[in-house]
Design a protein around this ligand. Structure first.
Ligand code: AMP
Length: 215
């Protein structure tokens, strides 16, 4: 299973990705996590990314395309992956299409988490306040001003991907404002049923009707 989770910061991509990882035994590839690790490790990519990330802008396409290209070639990504936070621009999406094609791979679906921006700002502000109250460390880009910037960046640079993937016939939109369990159920309904598909292809004709899709 190869998926993209598309949606603005705070839409719940990470939460849903974790559940899908457990359900399908695939890996979550978050470019945000990879870049934060690079910043932490002080690598050249990290040094280039640090300032951009703390202002809510986007790291250059060639940098993220390079790290994703390396990551999807690793053995643990062979069974499948969920891209969380990538692609974020049309050139990144084009580069991803090319990388997958070169490896003879294809996406199963692009799940768009649709959200109301004003409600999202309130949700994110609440999350920040709760983390502060618990004394948990905040990410450098977890503050209202940077989040405004990140939403603006999303609208300008990432939202065009909705049309890009709709045109490819890969887009599945779900209501990201619903409770987490409802969003999860909507995603499950939107995904191709891989288990029943692979079972069906292995069953002799006469048995096919008896195969029940997994829940
Ligand atoms: P995230 O954890 O996905 O919200 O990403 C945190 C920050 O990392 C973003 O605000 C960007 O600065 C940077 N970043 C993550 N993924 C990408 C990407 N695909 N393209 C460019 N910048 C990215």
């Amino acid at each position: 299973m190869r998926l993209i989770l598309l949606g603005p910061p705070g839409a719940g991509k990470g939460t849903q990705a974790l559940r899908l990882v457990a359900k399908y035994g695939i890996v979550q590839l978050s470019t945000g996590d990879m870049l934060r690790a690079a910043v932490q490790a002080g690598t050249p990519v990290g040094r280039q990314a640090q300032e951009i990330m703390s202002s809510g802008g986007l790291v250059p396409d060639e940098v993220v395309v390079g790290i994703v290209g390396q990551r999807i070639a690793e053995p643990d990504a062979r069974k499948g992956f969920i891209l969380d936070g990538f692609p974020r621009t049309v050139p990144q999406a084009i580069a991803l299409d090319r990388m997958l094609e070169e490896r003879g791979l294809a996406l199963d679906a692009v799940i768009e988490l649709r959200v109301d921006e004003a409600a999202l700002m309130r949700r994110i502000e609440t999350r920040i306040a709760q983390m502060q109250a618990r004394g948990e460390p905040l990410r450098a880009d977890d503050n209202a001003e940077v989040l405004h910037n990140r939403l603006k960046t999303y609208r300008a640079q990432t939202e065009p991907l909705v049309a890009y993937y709709r045109d490819q016939g890969a887009l599945r939109s779900v209501d990201g404002m619903a409770p987490i369990a409802d969003v999860a159920a909507a995603i499950d309904r939107a995904l191709p049923d891989e288990t029943s598909r692979s079972l069906q292809s292995r069953q002799p004709e006469g048995l096919k009707k008896k195969v029940q899709p997994s829940a």
